[in-house]
Design a protein around this ligand. Structure first.
Ligand SMILES: Nc1ncnc2c1ncn2[C@@H]1O[C@H](COP(=O)(O)OP(=O)(O)OP(=O)(O)O)[C@@H](O)[C@H]1O
Ligand SMILES: [Mg+2]
Length: 273
């Protein structure tokens, strides 16, 4: 199923308070699942300076977001098709000026992302924490998917990040994914814990997208540089991503009347499928 031409693309960050909780793994597998469900999906690697979506997918991009930001390339030169049936706008690793990107450059990323047509869903994989670049990417996207796991520090850091986004910037809508959980019950327990704290201290409830189970096949899939939902399509973990993708697909927004409808094949180089 593809998106109705009467709806706008969903733009969401996949973010976290604490690092290493599974954002990039979740982004890649959610993107592949959404693509398998017929959605046109773009992943933007916004973990500037320490990009690794390309590594998880086993691609070696020649160009990156840096080339767009510094005026050396157009988005359609940089976006590449990847395993899993979606597209990637890669970043680069080990570049200090990207890790400390200025506000104006982040506004350029915003303009670029908003100008990309032909996608149903755009997922921005951010770095962790409350550094200014991470906060700005979260503000850029209308939806924020917060990944956390059972570790207390991942829960407290997720709360701290949502608190800053709420108290400084007025954000009050966040969707949680409980990653690496033993079962659905553990995922719900983690969600209710954070939801209770947010209701009590910030005054708003959270949205629960669902769990992803802890699976020994995850590190193996990362080593193989292939999305787990492709190599273990019948697994419990792949089923988790199926449910998450359905929940995300329900976010499709009606396009305001009179707004231009993006075509499905607008890229100058025909990169979109
Ligand atoms: N559901 C899971 N089951 C088992 N291991 C997992 C699961 N999700 C993630 N991992 C492990 O956690 C590690 C970190 O995952 P990932 O790189 O996606 O985290 P991240 O939040 O993107 O990290 P960073 O903050 O550095 O960007 C992976 O190498 C993987 O081995
Ligand atoms: Mg990551």
């Amino acid at each position: 199923m593809t998106q109705s031409p009467n709806s706008s693309p969903i733009i969401a960050t996949v973010t976290s308070g604490k690092g290493g909780v599974g954002k990039t793994f979740v982004t890649v597998n959610l993107a592949a699942t959404l693509a398998a469900q017929g959605r046109k999906v773009l992943v933007v690697d916004c973990d500037l300076g320490l990009a690794n979506v390309d590594i998880m997918l086993g691609v070696h991009p020649r160009l990156s977001l840096k080339d767009i930001l510094f005026g050396n390339a157009l988005p359609e030169d940089v976006i590449i098709p990847v395993k899993g049936g979606f597209h990637l706008l890669p970043a680069c690793s080990g570049v200090r000026e990207m890790a400390q990107l200025l506000y104006e450059k982040i506004q350029i990323v915003k303009t670029v992302v908003l100008s990309l047509e032909g996608y149903d869903i755009i997922l921005l994989d951010t770095g962790a924490g409350i550094a200014e670049t991470v906060l700005q990417f979260n503000l850029l996207a209308p939806r924020n998917i917060v990944v956390l796991n059972r570790e207390l520090t991942s829960i407290t850091d997720a709360y701290a990040m949502m608190k800053v986004l709420h108290q400084v910037f007025g954000r009050d809508t966040f969707s949680l994914i409980a990653n690496a959980v033993a079962d659905e019950r553990e995922g719900e327990k983690i969600f209710h814990h954070v939801d209770g704290i947010c209701r009590r201290f910030l005054g708003f409830p959270l949205d629960y997208l669902g769990p992803v189970c802890r699976d020994e096949a995850v590190p193996r899939s990362i080593l193989r540089q292939e999305p787990l939902v492709l190599t273990d399509a019948g697994s419990k973990t792949a089923a988790c991503f199926g449910r998450l993708a359905e929940a995300v697909s329900r976010w499709v927004q009606p396009r305001p009347p009179g707004q231009a409808i993006p075509g499905a094949e607008v890229s100058a180089r025909g990169i979109l499928h």
